[in-house]
Design a protein around this ligand. Structure first.
Ligand code: AHR
Length: 328
């Protein structure tokens, strides 16, 4: 009896281990799914939700993929745990949208030792060995900042002898989007003696944090000409604080607003004259990543850095039809 029990137990264990391996598509189809572990930053912004959705819609089972999405809630430690779990699950490939640039060497070496390829999307990682990842797909954040600066240079209407007072709302410190957009502004400050930074406030790319810091700031000073806000959701928080303080903004208002992302809601504010400039940050990474993965799987060479296509929008560039057709 004991012998039969042992045989049954062995069969159960073998089946259990077999099911821990690569996932299969439903019965009746014969192809294995290519399993991808995706460590996403969080859900801090409308941009981020659109980015996750683009990946989910691209890497569907019917396209031969299984995408396991782990939301890191904007904490790098959560990303490190998720990535180590992906190694244990023996996924076929890992995609990382890194919270910040530093602190990836150890975990990426572990992934490398496990023989799992890695793709970095959206932001970048600063690692000593660039062979630890296949490619980095995302935005040229410095170019985005430079586009904002060019617009501000053309629209600096401060009168001679007067300073242009800029308030800077910063995203998550150490994230590529923050580092490069900040660098573009700080470089420009050195070139423009009449521009002055009245404050740099930390908004962590969230509406709630930006609303909180702006509300506090406006209790001390209302003397602002421009808000350079490193993402749309922080802009929405700042607009709420300005409304409550009774300060006008946008076209014909006291404060000019420059925002990054160009999500549907921000574009609508821009068309309505509430935001002056929307610098686009394209979240639709799915098709770009798919193209590179398919090339990689076919044994083709892929570029180390890929930038997504982006633009800038003022009211003059927008129509209601365009905004209505925007998916995010
Ligand atoms: O890294 C891209 C930035 O991260 C987007 O500008 C922002 O909205 C997001 O949270």
């Amino acid at each position: 009896m004991k012998r039969y029990f042992n045989i049954i137990l062995s069969v159960i264990l073998i089946l259990a281990f077999a099911s821990c391996g690569k996932k299969k598509i439903p019965e009746g189809t014969e192809k294995d799914l290519f399993v991808i572990g995706f460590s996403q930053v969080g859900s801090e912004s409308d941009w981020r939700l659109a980015n996750t959705e683009s990946m989910v819609q691209t890497f569907k089972n019917e396209n031969g993929y299984e995408l396991i999405v782990e939301n890191a809630k904007q904490q790098q430690d959560n990303q490190l745990s998720a990535i180590r779990n992906f190694i244990l699950e023996d996924v076929d490939l890992i995609i990382i949208a890194p919270t910040i640039e530093e602190g990836w060497d150890t975990v990426l070496n572990e992934v490398h030792d496990a023989g799992i390829p890695v793709i970095i999307i959206d932001r970048s990682v600063n690692v000593w060995n660039k062979d630890l990842f296949l490619t980095n797909i995302g935005s040229d954040f410095f170019e985005q900042g430079s586009r904002a600066i060019s617009w501000l240079e053309e629209n600096d209407d401060s009168s001679p002898g007067n300073r242009l007072k800029i308030l800077h709302l910063q995203g998550t410190l150490g994230a590529t989007a923050q580092i490069q957009r900040t660098k573009a502004l700080e470089d420009a400050m050195k070139e423009h003696p009449n521009w002055t930074m009245v404050s740099q406030l930390y908004g962590d790319f969230t509406e709630a944090k930006a609303y909180e810091v702006m509300t506090e700031y406006l209790k001390k000073s209302r003397d602002i000409d421009v808000i350079y806000s490193e993402n749309d959701n922080m802009t929405f928080g700042a607009m709420r604080a300005l409304d409550e303080a009774g300060i006008t903004y946008g076209e014909g208002g006291q404060v000019k607003i420059i925002t990054f992302d160009a999500t549907k809601k921000a574009l609508q504010y821009c068309l309505d004259g509430k935001i002056n400039l929307c610098v686009e940050c394209n979240p639709m990474h799915g098709p770009y990543v798919l193209d590179l993965i398919e090339k990689y799987r076919a044994g083709e060479a892929i570029p180390k850095q890929v930038y997504v296509e982006e633009s800038v929008f003022t009211k003059d560039d927008l129509t209601q039809d365009f905004i209505n057709s925007r998916g995010y």
